[in-house]
Design a protein around this ligand. Structure first.
Ligand code: 13P
Length: 242
């Protein structure tokens, strides 16, 4: 089944609002005619308003890199689903391996955040990507826990093998495909085969202009989550147009 691929940028902790505006002024004209793929950029929180303003009326969506699972409350430093929606975000990354590794984010927290994002109508990009297959399966199982197929509608999963993130080492298209089949299998168990067939599973980990085409040509790979190579407008545009 051919699905519209999603090419998403994860800027991590890079760029301020002025640099964000500068990026879009260069990037948008480069992809203005591009309709084949869905394009989303996820900058740091403080850049979201600038990103939404700059991309208004364009073919590029804006997402956050995280959210809190509660609607509101005394949670210093956190951002809620409605705050993201109110400023015009459409997507949100959940459970990135850097959040799991450096900020102690657990599978249960990922599950809470996923439910919060789905409830709000945001498109969650849930990241998984451990080295071993059983851990990968567990990450999926726990992330999808108690989410019904009806509610999971917008779910997107990103497979990001930890060893490939920011290392310049990319999974071969075959290796990524194999992992995507495992993830799709877990999605089928949780949500049914029909849902799993439609689920978009992105690959992330050192995606670059040079390897994007080979990865995106794989039947099992439904898009990319791009870190370092998404910070430069020309480089990200080349990836988008693989
Ligand atoms: P790099 O593309 O820099 O390896 O980062 C991948 C990633 O973590 C995207 O979320």
């Amino acid at each position: 089944m051919t699905k519209k691929k999603l090419i998403a940028a994860n800027w991590k902790m890079y760029k301020n609002p002025a640099q964000t505006r500068e990026f879009f002024r260069e990037f948008l004209p480069l992809v203005a005619d591009h309709t084949r793929d869905e394009i989303v950029v996820c900058p740091p929180y403080i850049d979201l308003c600038a990103a939404v303003e700059e991309t208004k009326g364009s073919n590029v969506g804006v997402g956050a890199q995280d959210l809190h699972w509660e609607k509101e409350g005394a949670y210093t430093g956190e951002i809620s689903r409605s705050m993201l929606l109110d400023i015009g975000c459409t997507h949100v990354i959940i459970g990135h391996s850097e959040r799991r590794q450096y900020f102690g984010e657990t599978d249960d927290v990922v599950n809470l955040k996923l439910k919060a994002a789905l409830e709000a109508g945001l498109t969650p990009i849930v990241c998984v990507g451990e080295v071993t297959e059983d851990v990968l399966r567990r990450q999926c199982l726990r992330a999808f826990h108690a989410v019904s197929s009806k509610k999971a509608g917008r779910l997107v999963v990103a497979y990001e093998p930890v060893w490939a993130i920011g290392t310049g080492k990319t999974a071969t298209p075959q290796l990524a495909s194999d992992a995507h089949i495992v993830i799709r299998g877990e999605a089928a168990k949780a949500f049914g085969q029909e849902f799993a067939d439609k689920l978009r599973i992105l690959y992330g980990g050192s995606v670059k202009p040079e390897n994007a085409k080979a990865l995106m040509s794989e039947e099992e790979i439904d898009g990319a989550l791009v870190g370092g190579a998404s910070l430069d407008p020309k480089s990200f545009a080349t990836i988008v147009k693989y």
